[in-house]
Design a protein around this ligand. Structure first.
Ligand code: BES
Ligand code: ZN
Length: 617
């Protein structure tokens, strides 16, 4: 049972979806039909339940006969993140075990659909054409189309999408063609068709429409974006094919045919989203020096861990993200060196410590396998599944001792569960079966399984990472912390002359962990010594601005406001708003900034910020 879905896939399960939708920018709606091919799994069952959220259902009919079918949208609290169940009564002819169900739903999305962001031309880089993109993970697909919105159900899909003639549509699928259609008015329209032949969960359905251009960057990859950024994107991601090859060496063959990247407008709420065949990425990874491409390593790793082997419900999210972070860092280790892998692991552990601290009022969400009954997965989201999950795998790899052997295990895990979904129990059972010899020899006898999987807070132990790569950062951080006022003039640009952007990120992350926060005299001196205001790299800017805001440096507030207005990546805007809000000097500014920028943020971002700023409940 998936606590975050009304659907009952044990009774009747969807197998294929076909979309026939038109994108209406003036009304901000998707309008059209969805054909669902399902299989009834029980002779006693005469209904199919789909998740919906703010959808307008116009009709439901038997796709073969065209006969109308009985349906009802169950009344629900309109604010519930889970939406409402659409209960469809199946014709008696399909109420048999194994019987095919083939129906068509005519529907329209709401302009407030949480999965869809509609951007006016002014909100794009080119400023001449509107733009639309979707973000369905975790439970927003139900606001885009009626579906069994649980990762435990995988379907193939195909689509015909009609858009204004000057725009391009992309989906998480293989494009199969496009042609102009003549309408009755002057404006031309274009139909784009797609096919996803690999069964995927609803959260991986994705659509983007805009004035898009592409550059080929590899044998199976192109980058897509507005034309103004496409060349810098092609430069930034030039090593994608190399990464794919490394990933295949670790995980096995890439089954999705193409691996394209779409660089979204700045309001994209995440760093990246592993939409099959077409990863979505934030423009904030375009650092100009390829230093943030671990996001691409991460998203392409999901092609195996997440998209091929999928978490059964969101309670097992760590099987998607913990495994993916583990593979991402393996790739970084291969592309650079093992030191790089440890460097990222050490940074990740700090993110885990921060998440555990942030959840002090919701400690149950720091469990690797949380109970999500009645909980919006967006509220449970944090670094915990990423970092506690990948740390567990790193720890187990150390116990096994042999990296090659652990990679063979990883292959076996993927081979065993590919095209399926997996729970934590199944994972553990497969692990202990695979390593039964080691288990018999007591290699895992020290493992506190329940502590790792269900315990709150930090895990039972910390893996032994090699700190050689971060020692210079730790030393400099210590020097700043220990410095008295008289010693502040001893700092100079010399201190960081051998630092690359990763070192600066690590250095600033360490300073951010300080309690009480680094004081205003020190951040001002740091600005004089290192001119951190001048850095464009979003990861550096983010940490530096947080440090200044936490110190209460008023001159920097306007820079922080600029940063949260230039981009809407939640990883950056949420902590900065929380810091501004926490400080008496900047609380009013946090609120007024949010009120003015709210219409520009993605629904998911605005919703989370409202909670962070106590504007809800
Ligand atoms: N699948 C996630 C993004 C996500 C998670 C969206 C949950 C909605 C709900 C994606 O793969 C991800 O983890 N992105 C990270 C990248 C980072 C770990 C390199 C991000 O957005 O920062
Ligand atoms: Zn991920």
């Amino acid at each position: 049972m998936d606590p975050n879905s009304f659907s009952e896939p044990d009774l009747c399960i969807c197998k294929h979806l076909h979309f026939n939708i038109e994108v209406l920018f003036e009304k901000k709606v998707l309008h059209g039909s969805l054909r669902l091919q399902a299989v009834n799994k029980s002779s006693n069952n005469n209904r199919l339940i789909l998740d919906t959220n703010k959808l307008k259902i116009l009709s439901v009919s038997d796709a073969k006969t065209g006969h109308h079918m009985q349906w009802e949208v169950q009344p629900m609290n309109s604010k519930s993140p889970f939406g409402s169940a659409l209960v469809i009564t199946l014709p008696s002819s399909s109420s048999r075990d194994g019987e095919a169900v083939d129906l068509e739903v005519l529907y329209e999305t709401s302009p407030e659909a949480s999965a869809v962001q509609w951007l006016a031309a002014e909100q794009t880089v080119g400023k001449t054409h509107p733009y639309l993109f979707t973000q369905c993970q975790a439970i927003h697909a139900r606001s885009m189309f009626p579906c069994q919105d649980t990762p435990s159900v995988k379907t193939t899909y195909s689509a015909e999408v009609i858009v204004p003639g000057e725009l391009t549509a992309l989906m998480s699928a293989i494009p199969t063609g496009n042609h102009v259609v003549s309408g009755n008015d002057k404006s031309s329209r274009k139909v784009f068709t797609f096919e996803q032949k690999v069964p995927i969960p609803s959260y991986l359905v994705a659509l983007a429409v805009g004035a898009l251009e592409s550059r080929q960057i590899g044998a199976r990859s192109s980058v897509w974006s507005e034309k103004e950024v496409v060349d810098s994107a092609a430069y930034e991601f030039a090593h994608t094919e190399d990464m794919l090859n490394v990933a295949e060496g670790i995980c096995g063959p890439y089954v999705w045919e193409k691996y394209d990247l779409l660089v979204l407008p700045p309001s994209f709420p995440y760093g990246g989203m592993e939409n099959p065949c077409l990863t979505f990425v934030t423009p904030t990874v375009l650092a100009g020096d390829r230093s943030l491409v671990n996001v691409v390593a991460h998203e392409l790793s999901h092609s195996w861990t997440g998209n091929l082997v999928t978490n059964h419900t969101w309670e097992h999210f760590w099987l998607n993200e913990g495994f993916t972070v583990f593979v991402e860092r393996k790739i970084m280790g291969r592309m650079f060196d093992e030191k790089m892998r440890h460097f990222h692991c050490i940074g990740g552990w700090k993110a885990l410590v921060n998440s555990v601290n942030d959840f002090k009022d919701a400690i149950h969400l720091t469990s690797l396998v949380p109970n999500l009954e009645g909980i919006d997965p967006d509220d449970a989201f944090s670094s915990v599944p990423y970092e506690k999950g990948s740390a567990l795998l790193f720890y187990l790899e150390c116990l096994v001792g042999d990296h090659d052997q652990f990679e063979l295990y990883l292959r076996s895990y993927i081979e065993t569960f590919k095209y399926k979904t997996v729970t934590t129990d199944q994972w553990k059972h497969h692990f202990l079966t695979y390593f039964h010899k080691q288990a018999e020899q007591g290699v895992f006898s020290e493992v506190d399984w329940d502590g790792w999987l269900f315990g709150h807070g930090l895990p039972p132990c910390k893996p032994a990472y090699n700190t050689a790569g971060v020692d210079a950062c730790t030393d400099l951080c210590q020097k700043w912390i220990a410095a008295s006022d008289e010693q502040l003039d001893s700092f100079s640009p010399e201190d960081i002359k051998d630092f690359n952007s990763h070192h600066l990120i690590e250095f600033l992350s360490l300073l951010l962990l300080e309690k009480p926060p680094v004081d205003i005299a020190k951040v001002k001196t740091m600005q004089c010594a290192y001119n951190l205001h001048s850095y464009k790299n979003a990861e550096i800017r983010f940490r530096w601005l947080r440090l200044c805001v936490k110190a209460g440096w008023e001159d920097v507030f306007s820079m922080a406001v600029t940063f949260v207005s230039e981009q809407g990546r939640m990883k950056f805007v949420r902590p900065l708003y929380r810091d501004l809000y926490a400080h008496e000097k900047s609380r009013a500014l946090a609120l007024s900034t949010f009120h003015s920028l709210k219409p520009l943020y993605h629904h998911i971002t605005a919703n989370m910020l409202e909670k962070d700023l106590d504007l809800r409940q």
